[in-house]
Write a protein of this length. Structure first.
Length: 94
Protein backbone atom coordinates (compact mmCIF):
# COMPACT_ATOMS: atom_id res chain seq x y z
CA UNK A 1 0.00 0.00 0.00
CA UNK A 2 1.15 3.50 -0.78
CA UNK A 3 0.52 6.74 1.10
CA UNK A 4 -1.02 9.87 -0.42
CA UNK A 5 2.14 12.00 -0.31
CA UNK A 6 4.19 9.20 -1.82
CA UNK A 7 1.71 8.75 -4.70
CA UNK A 8 1.42 12.49 -5.38
CA UNK A 9 5.20 12.89 -5.45
CA UNK A 10 5.60 9.91 -7.77
CA UNK A 11 3.04 11.32 -10.20
CA UNK A 12 4.26 14.91 -9.96
CA UNK A 13 0.93 16.32 -8.78
CA UNK A 14 -0.35 17.75 -5.50
CA UNK A 15 -1.94 15.82 -2.66
CA UNK A 16 -5.09 17.85 -3.28
CA UNK A 17 -5.17 16.75 -6.92
CA UNK A 18 -4.93 13.08 -5.92
CA UNK A 19 -7.76 13.58 -3.40
CA UNK A 20 -9.90 15.29 -6.05
CA UNK A 21 -9.25 12.52 -8.56
CA UNK A 22 -10.00 9.99 -5.83
CA UNK A 23 -13.46 11.48 -5.49
CA UNK A 24 -14.06 12.00 -9.23
CA UNK A 25 -12.86 8.54 -10.25
CA UNK A 26 -13.80 6.61 -7.10
CA UNK A 27 -15.55 3.83 -9.02
CA UNK A 28 -12.19 2.77 -10.53
CA UNK A 29 -10.23 2.88 -7.26
CA UNK A 30 -10.10 0.61 -4.23
CA UNK A 31 -12.04 1.32 -1.07
CA UNK A 32 -8.73 2.30 0.57
CA UNK A 33 -8.35 5.30 -1.75
CA UNK A 34 -11.54 6.87 -0.31
CA UNK A 35 -11.87 5.41 3.19
CA UNK A 36 -14.14 8.05 4.65
CA UNK A 37 -13.72 11.14 6.76
CA UNK A 38 -10.85 11.05 9.23
CA UNK A 39 -9.27 7.87 7.85
CA UNK A 40 -5.93 7.63 6.06
CA UNK A 41 -6.01 7.21 2.30
CA UNK A 42 -3.92 4.31 1.03
CA UNK A 43 -3.41 3.22 -2.55
CA UNK A 44 -2.95 -0.23 -4.04
CA UNK A 45 -0.80 -0.93 -7.08
CA UNK A 46 -4.01 -1.08 -9.14
CA UNK A 47 -4.93 2.38 -7.83
CA UNK A 48 -1.51 3.63 -8.94
CA UNK A 49 -2.16 2.32 -12.43
CA UNK A 50 -5.50 4.15 -12.56
CA UNK A 51 -3.98 7.37 -11.23
CA UNK A 52 -1.08 7.15 -13.68
CA UNK A 53 -3.60 6.76 -16.51
CA UNK A 54 -5.53 9.80 -15.28
CA UNK A 55 -2.33 11.84 -15.00
CA UNK A 56 -1.20 11.02 -18.54
CA UNK A 57 -4.62 11.62 -20.06
CA UNK A 58 -5.02 14.95 -18.25
CA UNK A 59 -1.55 16.00 -19.44
CA UNK A 60 -2.73 15.19 -22.96
CA UNK A 61 -5.67 17.56 -22.47
CA UNK A 62 -8.37 14.91 -22.11
CA UNK A 63 -11.60 15.85 -20.36
CA UNK A 64 -12.94 14.02 -17.31
CA UNK A 65 -15.66 12.52 -19.54
CA UNK A 66 -13.00 11.15 -21.90
CA UNK A 67 -11.01 9.76 -18.96
CA UNK A 68 -14.10 8.09 -17.50
CA UNK A 69 -14.73 6.49 -20.90
CA UNK A 70 -11.13 5.27 -21.17
CA UNK A 71 -11.17 3.81 -17.65
CA UNK A 72 -14.56 2.23 -18.24
CA UNK A 73 -13.11 0.58 -21.36
CA UNK A 74 -10.34 -0.86 -19.21
CA UNK A 75 -7.48 1.46 -20.19
CA UNK A 76 -4.69 1.31 -17.61
CA UNK A 77 -1.05 2.32 -17.82
CA UNK A 78 1.66 0.42 -15.99
CA UNK A 79 3.40 2.34 -13.26
CA UNK A 80 6.57 1.69 -11.39
CA UNK A 81 5.49 2.05 -7.76
CA UNK A 82 6.83 5.15 -6.02
CA UNK A 83 9.83 4.56 -3.77
CA UNK A 84 9.16 3.39 -0.26
CA UNK A 85 9.45 6.37 2.13
CA UNK A 86 11.64 4.32 4.48
CA UNK A 87 13.94 3.19 1.66
CA UNK A 88 14.22 6.79 0.42
CA UNK A 89 15.18 7.96 3.91
CA UNK A 90 17.82 5.22 4.19
CA UNK A 91 19.31 6.17 0.82
CA UNK A 92 19.49 9.82 1.86
CA UNK A 93 21.61 8.97 4.90
CA UNK A 94 24.14 6.83 3.03
Amino acid sequence: MHRLTQVAKGLGVSNTQIRNWGNEFAEYLSEYANPGKGKTRLYTDDDLSVLQTITVLRNQGQSYDDIHAALEAGKRLELTPPPDDNQTAQNDTQ
